[in-house]
Ligand binder design. Structure first.
Ligand SMILES: [Mg+2]
Length: 348
């Protein structure tokens, strides 16, 4: 059966069935079902609100993306933004544009993924939203979060001399996209990568599974973001890659940067995949999008007191004065800042 064959009220009933309502009393005073939601503002905290849209054929392809993983990712990318602010996630809102021919079973799988991610994020509550018919699938999530004002992480606040660090290996999600482009798919039944017949990218199955999982099911740094709040000078999440995101942090902080290419922590799946297509692994990882790890700057004093080791941060460079601009250091020699973006992955 298709989504177009049932009315909106049935779709809303299916949504409500998966999100039974507030499990944390007092947080949501009035949830789904009225003209608006009433949220209690926690005393002593400020509220973060972030929103992200996943659009079919722009952010994902239906044929490449299992619906449950799409649900997970739609919420995960918002959770990553809340984590990057140092905040704990709260109630969220869901807007769906649905093609009439979407199978109801796929719609249900999408909701199952969203509900699973909401549970993992600490049983956060769906507080409202909207559905409408659309020519392509679109999933808009708006997520709230709470953080004490002194623990907010902003892109602003980095100072020349601060160390630039990342919280995880880079490039694995982009490696997963390379695989999808080459015909690999995620098998939901096997929970593993499915190899294309005679495909051009021949890598071990476990490498492909790790790379596809990184791309299709990113894990937001929720705990880490809250732990780092108040301890780092600036920070953001890595959605578009260091090459694109670090200039944004630098602009907000009024700084330049020097990043050392040989310090870029390339994920093991990414290293294998980039080698298989003849790309330079650290350069590719620098430009790679959708890792959803955190990019944070740390004072030297905080680093020396063990902050980096405590939280698994890896130094990739340092902030410098704004007039020095951004540059890459390759064997001690300065190179122009790399072009950000996905064009690295569309070369023949
Ligand atoms: Mg972000």
């Amino acid at each position: 059966m298709q989504v177009g064959a049932v009315g909106e009220s049935e779709l809303v009933r299916r949504i409500a069935a998966r999100f039974p309502g507030p499990s944390r009393p007092g947080e949501v005073l009035l949830g789904m079902g009225d003209d608006g939601a009433l949220l209690r503002h926690p005393a002593g905290s400020v509220q973060v609100i972030t929103t992200d849209l996943l659009l079919e054929n722009v952010h994902f392809r239906r044929a490449w993306t299992p619906f449950d993983l799409l649900g997970h990712k739609a919420l995960a990318v918002n959770l990553s933004d809340v984590a990057a602010m140092g905040a704990a996630p709260g109630p969220f809102f869901l807007n769906l544009g649905l093609p009439q021919d979407l199978l109801l079973s796929d719609f249900d799988a999408l909701l199952d993924g969203l509900a699973g991610e909401a549970r993992q994020a600490g049983d956060i509550v769906l507080a409202g939203g909207d559905t409408c018919a659309s020519s392509c699938l679109h999933i808009g999530v708006t997520l709230t979060g709470q953080v004490r004002p002194e623990r907010v992480i902003r892109r602003e606040g980095g100072q020349p001399g601060d160390l630039i660090t990342v919280s995880g290996p880079l490039g694995d999600a982009a490696a997963g996209l390379l695989l999808l482009e080459a015909g690999w798919r995620w098998s939901t039944t096997a929970a593993a990568a499915a190899r294309p017949a005679g495909g051009p990218l021949d890598v071990p199955d476990q490498v492909a599974t790790a790379a596809l999982a990184a791309h299709l099911r990113p894990v937001p740094c929720l705990r880490l973001g809250q732990d780092l709040g108040g301890k780092v000078s600036a920070g953001m999440d890595l959605s578009d890659g260091v090459a694109a995101d670090l200039p944004r942090l630098c602009a907000a902080s009024g700084c330049g940067a020097r990043v050392e290419l040989d310090r870029i922590p390339v994920g093991a799946p990414a290293r294998a995949l980039f080698a298989a297509v003849g790309m330079d692994a650290p350069r590719a990882a620098l430009a790679a999008a959708e890792d959803y790890s955190l990019l944070v700057t740390v004072t030297r004093e905080a680093w020396q007191s063990g902050l980096g080791a405590d939280h698994g941060l890896a130094i990739i460079g340092r902030l410098v004065a704004a007039r020095e601009g951004l540059a890459l250091l390759v064997d001690g020699v300065e190179e122009a800042w790399p072009e950000p973006g996905f064009h690295h992955f569309s070369r023949p």
